[in-house]
Design a protein around this ligand. Structure first.
Ligand code: ARG
Length: 459
């Protein structure tokens, strides 16, 4: 097996050790980034007077052919190909001859892989930004159609105060705004060019790194070659952003699992996003939601795995760093499916307003009753206590809060007057919360508008 670094070795690598060492099975997906990086490097070498312009162009054409062979599936790997970098260079040299051997001048796989990987992460972020934007659009559409539809709001999963469907659905929109901001920040930190750092000490040829950065879409060049070949902060940042997306989607999924259960019945999942049971003919299971909830686990696992690998590493390259790629590939592949599946599920969701209405029991208005007393001068703490007694009285009489007569209410507090019944409406509870971020129709319309603006403004 011929190796790119075989000169000083008298014996071949052990077969299992070769397999252990190789990253080709997973890093082959960096082929496009590797070729792009090498094309730019060849031209930078020509700019530095290391290659003749014609040599650089021969290499660029050869690399283009390697890429074609990859896309049409005719690229043949050889036993000695250790990783994508060695495979591409080996094939390039077969195509263009000896001049291919000049490409690696002044470069190392250390600055090469760091460059490739950053390019890949930038592309992955661009893809996720678009698909998250589409999921946000689906949530906005759902909010638009049922902005003021009342439903019970929960804390501790107990009936709390009335909210609306629009308010609830947008509560899952804003976390995604933060996720997209986070991704944009990660992209900014990723777009720093390591190429030109060589193995660890910088390249000995006068390549124009600023030109390279521009050519490859980076916005800055690294300032320390030792740091540049070992910095994987961008990878950890990406995994944190991915874990947060997974976590946010898992919360949305969990709530929809509950809402689609027979007990709640607030929503009906479309058949296209549900599955049946192999045993129980009546079952319609929310598998897509459960998987979304479950996938958050592997996303968090990818993050903790990489952080553990990076901990304690000296600056400059160590082979441990080869462990950086699989968690990111897995995180991206996970979200590449999860996010659009969730968007489709939201778009096809059927709401069941009658089931929501059935749960809008008057107990949800207890706070409004306390607010009634406050507006008539009772300190809130005392009002809270008095309404607590009203609730107790209703319970003892076996009636709803709103079924108590004014006379009965007045046995608890003289402050209750005939106008108290005005409080006993879900819609007045909603519209009383007219603060920004609240449940009033006006506040909700403003929120919806803000959501539309947030989605148009690219992070
Ligand atoms: N396959 C390696 C990786 O993914 C490329 C860099 C190898 N560098 C080295 N000095 N062996 O990290």
């Amino acid at each position: 097996m011929s190796k790119l670094w075989g000169g000083r070795f008298a014996r071949e690598t052990d077969v299992l050790a070769h397999e252990f060492n190789a990253s080709l099975p997973f890093d082959r997906r960096l082929v496009a980034e590797d070729s792009r990086g090498s094309m730019a490097w060849a031209r930078a070498l020509a700019g530095a007077g290391v290659l003749m312009a014609v040599e650089a162009e021969t290499i660029v054409a050869g690399l283009a052919q390697v890429q074609v062979e990859f896309t049409d599936g005719t690229f043949v790997f050889e036993a000695g190909d250790e990783d994508i970098h060695t495979a591409v260079e080996r094939r390039l040299t077969e195509i263009v001859g000896d001049v291919g051997g000049k490409l690696h001048t002044g470069r190392s796989r250390n600055d090469q892989v760091a460059t490739d990987f950053r390019l890949w992460v930038m592309g992955a972020i661009d893809h996720l930004q678009d698909s998250l934007g589409d999921l946000q659009t689906a949530l906005i559409e759902s909010a638009e159609t049922n902005l003021n539809l009342p439903m019970p709001g929960y804390t501790h999963l107990q009936h709390a105060q009335p909210v609306t469907w629009g308010h609830w659905v947008l509560s899952h929109f804003w976390p995604l705004v933060r996720d997209r901001e986070r991704l944009a920040q990660v992209r900014g930190r990723t777009a720093v060019l390591p190429l030109g750092s060589g193995a660890l000490a910088g390249t000995a040829y006068p390549v124009d790194r600023e030109w390279l950065a521009k050519e490859l879409g980076f916005t800055a060049v690294s300032q320390n070659s030792l740091d540049a070949v070992s910095d994987r902060d961008f990878a950890a940042d990406f995994l944190y952003a991915a874990a947060m997306i997974g976590l946010h989607l898992s919360r949305l999924a969990e709530q929809l699992v509950l809402f689609s259960s027979a007990e709640f019945g607030f929503v009906r999942l479309d058949d296209g996003y549900s599955t049946g049971s192999s045993l129980m003919p009546q079952k319609k299971n929310p598998d897509t939601l459960e998987l979304t909830r479950g996938k958050a686990g592997r996303l968090v696992g990818n993050l903790t795995g990489l952080l553990t690998t990076l901990k304690g590493l000296p600056s400059s390259y160590d082979k441990d760093l080869q462990e950086d790629k699989e968690p990111l590939f897995d995180a991206f592949d996970t979200l590449r499916l999860t996010v659009p599946v969730m968007a489709g599920l939201i778009r096809t969701l059927t709401l069941r307003p009658e089931r929501m209405a059935a749960q809008l029991e008057p107990g949800l208005l207890a706070t409004d009753l306390a607010d009634y007393l406050v507006k008539r001068g009772v300190p809130f703490r005392q009002a809270h206590h008095l309404v607590g007694r009203v609730v107790q009285m209703a319970e003892q009489k076996g009636v709803h809060l709103t079924e108590l007569t004014v006379a009965e209410l007045r046995t608890v507090s003289e402050v209750f007057g005939e106008d108290v019944t005005a409080v006993f409406h879900i819609t007045s509870s909603l519209s009383n919360r007219n603060v920004s971020g609240g449940t009033s129709p006006e506040a909700l319309a403003n929120q919806l508008e803000a959501a539309r603006t947030a989605i148009i403004r690219k992070p």
